[in-house]
Design a protein around this ligand. Structure first.
Ligand code: ATP
Length: 454
């Protein structure tokens, strides 16, 4: 993990947020290479799940929504984590994370029945010692801690009203269900997809970009007939696995975790997490949830608007049920980087990214920097390639150093223009993974690259 974090900083994938001011804890900024990688992931996802399918449309909703949305969705009441604080060192812990889900559920059951005055003692008896400072029996009574970020809309003096930054992109989809239905004329089963930021005031952010307070999600709400939910859920399990394969993550490191019933979110009847073997443990990468008709039903009740779907054959009106594949962009970036990082070859680091995800598809070099005719020929190739691909230029140091530098950021091909190129109109293309070199005609370069990007 440290090696990947250090590579990210050194080469411009991810920087600590607000660094010149000493940073802002657990905030991260994507640098020139990080933003390319992230955009490639998002574009691939969009192409695969929206543009390539007849049963899907896209959406881009606001981050700030009417607060009534969060009342109806249950987030104001339910979207909280169990929090305990050690009275000695004042560290706050999420019980399910610092101990385990089992410990939390046992405790929660007892707390429900306990008198307020007994709660502190109960927590101390169960959790005993502070994992941070070791203090015994110093925990304060637990609190539920709502994870939504509150903000004020309008002028702070006087009439400002409270609002929340969305903690998931999903609700933007539900509140637009009718608009999308009326304008796109889709028939169920169909889905609405969205990529965008979500905000959660996490109690225990950390592990680099794994858990942050501001992150990006790629979510689909897939609307179905209730009777089809099992089949649709199984189909989405396969779709998610195929996606994971497509982005080059080793499936041996992926584990499907079926949530036990008591552990399900307030809206879900079945949830399966795709967990990944991160260096800090096996943790959730993605989630797939059957949300029933919970959201549309509640938004209809709260808004007074008809959010039902009319079946074109039977004319029957009902709330469609929903299967939700939910994917974190930042966790995808992290898993991809961890999986791609390879320092097993003596003396060099290779980022074995799938070519279609690599920030640069190719780097173009003149063999020698001080020969204008080489630079001119290489520049022409570079300018031509950049019309169709993301490519980079390097003429510093020797070829070996340039290869090393490109390997480290995952550039799959290095193209060198030498004296032979001027006469024979071909170049040397060196492959990142095999380190093999071959001569390719300049006029066939684009075709060559395109063939390698699928
Ligand atoms: P966790 O149990 O790790 O807190 P969650 O179950 O609350 O995650 P979901 O509400 O299912 O997460 O969110 C869907 C996806 O959004 C997750 O699978 C993950 O990829 C991503 N995600 C959720 N919270 C964060 C966060 N704080 N930082 C980065 N990504 C996140």
């Amino acid at each position: 993990m440290e090696k990947v974090v250090s590579l990210c900083k050194r080469r411009g994938f991810v920087f600590p947020g607000s660094e010149i001011y000493g940073g802002l804890a657990n905030s991260w900024d994507y640098g020139p290479l990080g933003v390319e990688l992230k955009n490639n992931i998002k574009n691939l996802w969009w192409k695969r799940f929206v543009q390539s399918r007849d049963d899907m449309v896209g959406l881009d909703a606001s981050l700030l929504m009417n607060p009534k949305v969060w009342e109806a969705s249950g987030h104001l009441k339910e979207f909280s984590d169990p929090l305990v604080e050690c009275k000695q060192c004042h560290t706050r812990f999420r019980v399910n994370e610092a101990w385990s889900d089992e410990v939390w559920w046992e405790l929660a059951k007892k707390l429900e029945k306990a008198k307020v005055s007994d709660k502190e003692k109960l927590v101390q008896e169960t959790l005993k010692e502070c994992p941070n400072c070791g203090a015994k029996n110093k925990f304060a009574a637990p609190q539920r801690f709502n994870l939504m970020f509150k903000t004020l809309i309008g002028s702070a003096e006087g009439k400002a009203s409270e609002a929340y930054f969305r903690p998931e992109t999903a609700q933007g989809i539900f509140v637009n269900f009718k608009n999308v239905l009326d304008t796109s004329r889709k028939k169920i089963p169909f889905g609405i997809a969205q990529i965008g930021k979500a905000f959660r005031n996490e109690i225990t952010p950390g592990n680099f970009i794994f858990r942050t307070r501001e992150f990006e999600q790629m979510e689909i709400e897939y609307f179905i007939y209730e009777k089809d939910w099992k089949r649709s859920f199984d189909m989405w399990l396969l779709e998610m696995k195929d996606w994971i394969k497509e982005i080059g993550i080793d499936l041996k490191k992926i584990h499907e975790y079926e949530h036990p019933e008591r552990d399900l979110s307030h809206y879900s009847k079945r949830t399966v997490d795709f967990e990944y073997d991160f260096p800090f443990g096996r943790k959730e990468l993605y989630g797939l949830a059957y949300r029933t008709d919970f959201d549309l039903k509640n938004h209809e009740k709260a808004s007074g608007q008809n959010l039902k779907y009319r079946d074109p054959e039977t004319n029957e009106e009902f709330w469609p049920h929903v299967i939700e594949p939910s994917l974190g962009v930042d966790r995808t970036v992290l898993a991809i980087l961890l999986d791609a990082y390879d320092d097993s070859v003596e003396g060099r680091v290779v980022l074995r990214l799938k070519p279609k995800l690599a920030p640069y598809k190719a780097a173009v070099f003149p063999l020698l920097a001080n020969k204008p005719e080489l630079t001119k020929a290489a520049r022409e190739i570079y300018d031509e390639l950049r019309k169709d691909f993301s490519v980079t230029w390097d003429d510093r140091g020797n070829i070996g150093k340039r290869y090393f530098s490109q390997d480290e950021i995952g550039t799959p091909f290095c193209i060198t223009v030498d004296f032979d190129s001027l006469e024979k109109k071909d170049v040397t293309v060196r492959d990142r993974d095999t380190a093999k070199q071959e001569r390719i005609e300049i006029k066939k370069l684009k075709e060559y690259l395109r063939g390698k990007l699928d």
